[in-house]
Design a protein around this ligand. Sequence first.
Ligand code: AHR
Length: 493
Amino acid sequence: MDSVFIDVNQKKSQISRHIYGHFAEHLGRCIYGGFWVGKDSPIANKNGYRLDVLEAFKEVDIPNLRWPGGCFADEYHWKDGIGPKENRKRMINTHWGGVVEDNSFGTHEFMGLCEELGCKPYICGNVGSGTVQEMSEWVEYITFSGESPMSKLRTQNGHADAWKLDFFGVGNENWGCGGNMRAEYYADLYRRYQTYVRQYGEDKIFKIAGGPNVDDYHWTEVLMREAARFMDGLSLHYYTFEHDWDHKGKALSFNEDDWYSTMKNAYRMEELVRRHDEIMTKYDPEKRISLVVDEWGCWHQVEPGTNPGFLYQQNTVRDALVAGITLNIFNNHSDRVKNANIAQAVNVLQSLVLTEGDKMVKTPTWHVFKMYKKHMDATLLNSTVSSSGCGKDNLFVPGLSVSASVAGNDEYTVTLANPDLEKSKTVVVNFANLGKKLTAVSGEVLAGEKMTSCNTFDNPNEVAAKKLQAKIQDDNTVVIEMPARSVASFTAC
Ligand code: AHR
């Protein structure tokens, strides 16, 4: 029997809602055909934004959206995407699929999208191929409310009021597509560029430095040593492959070893966060600086017949397990991980929704985000898990992943992922030091009939959250039934 012990007196960090952030790059059909169809589209839209996609992200309470990349960010010149549409530059998206980018979605459209979604904007600036002046003027254009050349230009383009810009990334993957730099060189560039990300008015811009790739601990060491005092966040990118970068698997067809290998790679996030945190703590013991995991998720082979540069992949119960495990890791490290963005929101990599013409489906990953949303801004509780592992030999992984939180004084939320392909589990969750009796529990569980179960445009509800079997026992214990390969969440009070 698997069990979880939660001492409600052991309150830890606040789980920032920004752990549940999303990412929309000018890549494949994420922006065009995903969020944005344009005002004249026959697809139901509000001012050009797809209504079904807006609704889906509002349902999961999207806290922030990262844009315009990714690798696209370090090739993006923001002035190409403002002003009358007919005058905007048509260019090639060299990084992603070699298609025409007509710049019809630019700064105004992105800020409008965040307003529609009710989320905070996270813009990533161009260090790789852009100038300090260009970055500085973008921030002025967006946020300056007084008289200046950029605020005048914004007003001419129809938006007299300044916007609030919450998060700003100074480049993306500057060790790779963002300029192939060494950590030492980028650290100096970061110091220089961020100087001109000016703070106009009262609203603080949270500045995020381009961080390491996976386990590049040297990068973290150098950035923290040289630039910690100039940053609010340091990014980390880690994707879950079936095996590794050179051996990506198929999204819909895999065997049991592929499943466990994917789970093992998902659990690796724990070690990465812990080790980067250790280095950051040397320079920032107060944990002021956030480890911003602004690209994470499953990266499979593209669906057959689709543009290889569009990174379009389906999404199964396996992806849901990866999301459940990863979000539990972030919650449990919420003293350091205060922001994260799954890649990517629509039609790219591990998406929450997929679209085809006027149709949209919610993926199993969407359900996980919905099931976890009660953790947002709640207080993390220490949880100790006792479970036998699953898988075999070098593909042996923990049999249960858990995180727990309390909102207000007495609403306890627990999320669990069971990666075991065979075993359903009775899980006993014991709350110590409650000081009262539990009187109500309710929850949801997401499981598939097969490990490859997914939602399609013809069968959009094949994998959906269902009522969780949960009961209160002995006043302070909740007993739940988890099917094999499932994600569950419950709230008790
Ligand atoms: O998310 C797809 C790509 O993966 C991003 O553009 C890049 O930052 C990363 O390598």
